[in-house]
Design a protein around this ligand. Structure first.
Ligand code: NAD
Length: 472
């Protein structure tokens, strides 16, 4: 659905009127619809800072250098000696940050806070970021990197690492109106090698609607072997693929090289065939709540492809009413489609259909994190999925795979188009980026989770919500 206010606020009359009346002017987000590549920043400038003792710098600097970025540093703030030493180790050339108003703006700021152990260590984060915020290009990216608080040696160090979460969430609310995002990566030392995949994704224009998030890399992971068409040769299954988010997921997985098989209800067969036809995918008409669906889907996957490598549980419905007024069959329908059917399907799919190193992504919702009035049924299912991926993560790790959840915020699809006008406008605007997301935004995040880019991520939930203010 088109966001008419956003379009209007970018006309010259709309711009003048909205600034006169003090109305918000949601930024136009830059989205890269081409495939992932190894130069997500082209030759743009990235400013890098670090605390003393930051130990992710060699991996980080090499990643930026290999992605084609010009790496800038500020000689006048702490951490510069650590940076120079790491640059030497990684054979990466550093350039000096130009003074404000001189030279091009930075496309991104990256700060390695992995050495922070005391509150006073965070002063260098402030010293580095504060003057550069105004030198950040519109649609810029800020990525802060820290260690997992629970793994640090004492309470002071754990608290200092946790402080980064509040920094990122607050900064996101300041820079979102320029279409810029800020996210935190918390990296377990066992996952250091996996940092480049997540970093490149968060710095790219494939993550434009992700802000204010903390993603933990704590699974054993490696750097992807390839940065382009990284899903080539993979068989990917997407439920609810006929339209909306499921159709976009199918398109992006196909764009990245996967052979897609789209599943949707028999009454959607025509639009499913159109969506799959456009991407060279195959169709499977099935209602996932049918008792026969698990056996049917498993046997079709085995006979057509000998199994699957990626499964995306996307199909979902809403039946909204306050609990007091909710008919029992609405409760049952939502619990069954969004949750029960996934568990029943997985009993088959995790028994010889999903191959080793397989990836599973469940589409949750921020409604499962912050809750919504009128959505006790929906919220329960979406929170359930978050618990489900966390519980299954060790089983996936045993087979070299991963299971994660994506929690969309307000996304412009048929599901949100039918909402009454006022809640729809509230849902759209009450986020740092001031607008709803597009199905593409969810699709990019799913493809990330399904790919070697997300090597260190298992059992996690990533919100793709423009930093929606609910549950944040
Ligand atoms: P949508 O209604 O546009 O599409 C859902 C698709 O799932 C449809 O093609 C539908 O036919 C299919 N489906 C429904 N029941 C099915 C069943 N029993 N068997 C097989 N297919 C079935 O919805 P959407 O907005 O694209 O949502 C996709 C997912 O994203 C859902 O899980 C939804 O809960 C989640 N989500 C959406 C939003 C949003 O703002 N749109 C926000 C948070 C989460």
């Amino acid at each position: 659905m088109v966001d008419r206010y956003l379009e209007f606020s970018h006309t010259s009359f709309g711009r003048a009127l909205s600034s006169m009346m003090g109305l918000p002017q949601p930024p136009r987000l830059r989205r890269d619809t081409s495939g992932w590549n190894d130069q997500p920043l082209g030759s743009r400038a990235v400013s890098v800072g670090a605390t003393h003792g930051a130990d992710l710098l060699p991996v980080l600097l090499r990643c930026l250098h290999d992605s084609g970025a010009t790496v800038r540093v500020r000689a006048d703030v702490g951490g510069i000696e650590t940076l120079k030493k790491a640059a030497n180790e990684a054979s990466v050339a550093l350039t000096n940050q130009p003074a404000p108003g001189e030279g091009e703006k930075s496309a991104a700021l990256v700060f390695d806070a992995s050495g922070a152990r005391l509150p006073s260590d965070l002063r260098v984060l402030f010293d580095f970021v504060q003057p550069l915020v105004s030198q950040l290009a519109s649609g810029g990216r800020v990525v802060v990197i820290g260690r997992l608080p629970a793994q640090l040696e004492n309470a002071d160090a754990a608290a200092t690492a946790a402080a980064l979460r509040g920094f990122v969430r607050s900064l996101g609310k300041e820079i979102g109106r320029k279409g810029s995002t800020v996210n935190l990566l918390e990296v377990d030392p066992a996952a250091d090698a996996a940092l480049p995949g997540a970093l490149r994704f968060l710095l790219s224009d494939h993550s434009s609607y992700i802000s204010g998030q903390c993603l933990q890399l704590d699974a054993k992971g490696d750097m992807p072997a390839v940065w382009t068409a990284s899903l080539t040769g993979k068989v990917a299954v997407v439920t609810g693929a006929a339209r909306g988010i499921g159709a976009a997921i199918s398109e992006v997985l196909a764009r990245e090289g996967a052979q897609v098989i789209g599943i949707d209800r028999p009454q959607e067969e025509r639009s499913l065939a159109e969506t799959m036809g456009a991407i060279g995918g195959q169709t499977l008409a099935a209602d996932i709540t049918d008792a026969a669906a698990p056996e049917l889907i498993a046997s079709e996957l085995m006979s057509r492809f000998g199994g699957a490598d990626i499964i995306v549980h996307n199909a979902g419905i809403t039946r909204d009413k306050t609990l007091r007024n909710m008919p029992p069959h609405w409760w049952d329908q939502v619990l069954d489609v969004n949750f029960g059917a996934i568990i029943r399907l997985n009993e088959k799919l995790l028994n010889g259909v999903l191959r080793d190193a397989g990836r599973m992504v469940c589409i949750s919702s921020i409604g499962g994190i912050g809750g919504n009035a009128g959505q006790t049924n929906y919220g329960a299912t979406k929170a359930g999925l978050i618990g489900y991926v966390a519980a299954l993560a060790p089983k996936f790790a045993e087979h070299g795979g991963a299971i994660n959840a994506i929690a969309p915020g307000f996304i412009e699809t048929r599901m949100t188009a039918v909402m009454p006008m006022i809640p729809r406008e509230v849902g759209r605007r009450l986020c740092s980026l001031g607008q709803g997301g597009k199905p593409l935004d969810i699709a990019e995040a799913v493809a990330f989770m399904a790919s070697p880019y997300a090597g260190g991520v298992n059992g996690k939930v990533l919100r793709v919500c423009g930093q929606n203010w609910f549950g944040q």
